[in-house]
Design a protein around this ligand. Structure first.
Ligand SMILES: Cc1cc2nc3c(=O)[nH]c(=O)nc-3n(C[C@H](O)[C@H](O)[C@H](O)COP(=O)(O)OP(=O)(O)OC[C@H]3O[C@@H](n4cnc5c(N)ncnc54)[C@H](O)[C@@H]3O)c2cc1C
Length: 629
């Protein structure tokens, strides 16, 4: 099992009721029937997640391959799973089953948790069709009527899927170097696509009848990027699907997500590849696909949380089973061996995993709350100031969570291996696979440095009093004032306030570095600044959860398992605030001390002989080394 239903109920029925952004608290409290519905959704999704998760390890072993006839083979279990569940999971996650704004709101939050469950259960399988629901709104808002009539019905009913093709061998983080072309043909609206794209997730497979590639390219060399809708099979005039000459040249042999086919694709090499210019508008491709890239970043954070939670729960289960050693300070050989969960150092690791996964889940729920305000603005009669704040904070959270959750998830998986000891290093250990699967999340959808730069440049305007920064400060200071009303958590609250003050000073310091055009310092500090924001916000939500827990713990008739659950919440907060959060002050000191902490290097100062990063065959030795003179 890769999820914890008790924790999900805490988020939906306790945490959000007290700490969701203001207009949502009222709406959620007024909808007890929506909570009953949420419970039913969660139970159903739990059964599906168990089903989907059954092939997690088997599919990793089988992997994907390019067959001699050019087809891409994916794990057999996925084919069976897809036939049974079809694209229904992805569709259900998108469907609007709600009949009221309250239900709609609850559905948005339930979807977050269900997505986490499923992505944690089997991230490779969930990648298939995973891009489609992000592509549909882009097509619905940007496509011409003809494009929508042609492509939306099969995408919506799951017969076709979509994938995103941006990256090229020489254009990764910097899409300014994309060379793929989409040049007009005599056929109105049709462009001839030529070029190659690499790493494309689920770029070719036969689970669906067809795949629509959203290809970034140019109408002419040097022109701004456009988006071309390029089906693998082209719908001919008689409705028949004909070869559109999109070929898979290679299936990547990856460290993780091995059940997910990542493909190197060529367009227009084997014959004419036709593409439709999205909305018939050239040069605005990046603007058109911006919502899709935003959603992909949110999904990346959900992937991270799902996999990290699975790794944490696996480590916890192992630590309870594995008996090894005696309590520290127990010197008698006759003393009983204990389960490793009783050792203080193992508890340190489990506590870090527990606190971080809980914090990330609440931060995701907070982002979701801001997105819900934007989406349900009129149904919930949201005022202009609240809406503006929600928009600003949603912008702030997207790069923050993409990078912070994926980095934390990698750390959680590493800790999960450490808790397992040698067992965790073996290929049949689930945590070993979790670590391999989770690593890509800091790389794709813009590396985590690109997210840090986005946060610093676009959202915080290099510390120059942006709207996002003002909204963040106003929101955080409101929280600090409210948290001060809880004396049992006074020490935790004071520590979070101190960290906040340190962060404000850091952001102001970045403003000065910008004024002085200290680009190296800004570039070197960006990632650590993002980590400061992540740790600060994590501490805040853990403090909020502890406040909820203390209220519950005051009830005299609490059953023992509920008491343990809430005590665990208070301890997650205490652990994080007094063990992890202090790192923020160290990072803040580094950033505030740029005159001495910044170190830049001339290439040769690194001093090492470059080593090949690709697998090399062992050199053939013609004759054994001469050992005799
Ligand atoms: C499993 C997998 C699935 C993927 N799926 C897709 C997909 O479906 N569609 C798609 O289009 N792409 C996909 N990608 C590509 C992915 O988005 C890119 O790998 C990513 O954008 C990084 O590009 P790159 O690999 O070329 O790294 P590079 O851009 O070469 O970066 C290498 C390192 O240099 C750093 N760096 C680069 N530029 C700068 C700079 N200006 N300043 C400071 N540091 C810099 C980076 O942060 C990174 O640490 C996928 C990749 C993988 C591994």
């Amino acid at each position: 099992m890769s999820y914890d239903i008790r924790e999900f109920h805490f988020i939906l029925n306790e945490y959000l009721l007290l700490f969701a952004p203001a207009p949502l608290r009222v709406a959620l409290a007024a909808a007890p029937e929506a909570r009953a519905l949420a419970d039913a959704w969660l139970r159903r999704a739990g059964a599906v997640a168990d089903d989907v998760g059954a092939s997690y390890q088997e599919a990793d072993v089988e992997g994907c391959a390019l067959e001699p006839d050019g087809r891409v083979r994916i794990p057999a279990a996925f084919r069976e799973l897809w036939q049974r569940l079809g694209g229904t999971i992805q569709r259900d996650l998108q469907a609007d089953a709600a009949v009221s704004a309250q239900q709609d709101l609850m559905l948005l939050h339930v979807r977050q948790l269900v997505t986490e469950m499923l992505l944690g259960a089997n991230p490779s399988f969930m990648a298939y069709g995973g891009f489609t629901h992000m592509a549909i709104p882009v097509l619905a808002s940007q496509g011409t009527r003809a494009q929508q009539e042609l492509l939306l019905p099969p995408l919506r009913d799951g017969r076709w899927d979509a994938c995103f093709c941006a990256t090229e061998a020489e254009a990764g983080s910097d899409l300014g170097d994309v060379t793929t072309l989409g040049q007009p043909t005599p056929q109105a609206g049709v462009h001839a696509i030529t070029g190659e794209k690499i790493y494309i997730t689920c770029g070719q497979h036969d689970l669906t009848e067809n795949t629509v590639h959203f290809v970034l390219g140019r109408t002419a060399p040097g022109a701004s990027l456009s988006c071309f809708l390029t089906p693998r099979l082209w719908p001919g005039v008689d409705g028949r699907l004909i070869d559109n000459h999109v070929r898979c040249i290679k299936v990547d042999d990856k460290m993780g997500l091995r059940g997910c086919a990542n493909t190197h694709l060529s367009f227009g090499r084997a014959g004419l590849t036709r593409g439709l210019l999205l909305g018939d508008r050239a040069g605005i491709g990046l603007v058109q696909v911006a919502p899709l890239m935003t959603q992909a970043r949110i999904s990346t954070a959900q992937f991270g949380l799902g996999i990290a939670t699975r790794a944490y729960l696996a480590a916890l289960g192992f630590a309870r089973r594995r008996r090894q050693g005696r309590r520290l300070g127990e010197f008698s050989a006759a003393a009983p061996r204990i389960a490793i969960v009783g050792h203080a150092d193992v508890q340190r690791m489990l506590l870090e995993m527990k606190a971080v996964t809980e914090a990330c889940r609440m931060m995701m729920a907070t982002l979701n709350g801001h997105l819900a305000i934007i989406r349900l603005e009129s149904a919930l009669a949201v005022d202009a100031a609240t809406l503006a704040r929600a928009r600003a904070l949603a912008k702030f959270f997207v790069p923050l969570l993409k990078a912070y959750v994926s980095d934390q998830a990698w750390r959680v998986c590493e800790l999960a291996i450490q808790v397992h000891g040698g067992t965790g290093f073996l290929r049949d250990s689930v945590v070993e696979q979790c670590a391999r699967d989770v690593k890509v999340l800091s790389l794709w959808e813009g590396t985590n440095y690109i997210q840090a730069l986005d946060l610093l440049k676009e959202k915080l305007r290099f510390g120059r009093n942006s709207q996002v920064w003002r909204a963040f400060r106003e929101d955080f200071e409101t929280f600090l004032r409210a948290a001060a009303d809880h004396p049992p958590l006074a020490a935790e609250c004071a520590a979070v306030r101190e960290a906040y003050v340190a962060l404000v000073a850091v952001v102001e310091g970045i403003g000065r570095l910008f004024a002085e055009r200290e680009w190296d310092a800004i570039g070197q500090f960006a990632t650590r600044l993002l980590a400061c924001f992540g740790d600060l916000y994590a501490a805040r939500v853990l403090l909020e959860a502890a406040i909820v827990a203390l209220v519950r713990l005051a009830a005299p008739d609490l059953d023992p398992s509920a008491r343990a659950f809430y005590c665990g919440k208070v301890k997650s907060c205490r652990f994080f605030v007094f063990n992890q959060l202090p790192e923020l002050r160290a990072r803040a000191a580094v950033i505030g001390n740029a005159a001495t902490s910044l170190v830049t290097m001339a290439d040769e100062e690194f001093g090492f002989t470059p080593v090949s990063t690709h697998r090399t065959r062992p050199a053939r030795v013609a004759a054994p080394l001469a050992v005799h003179a």
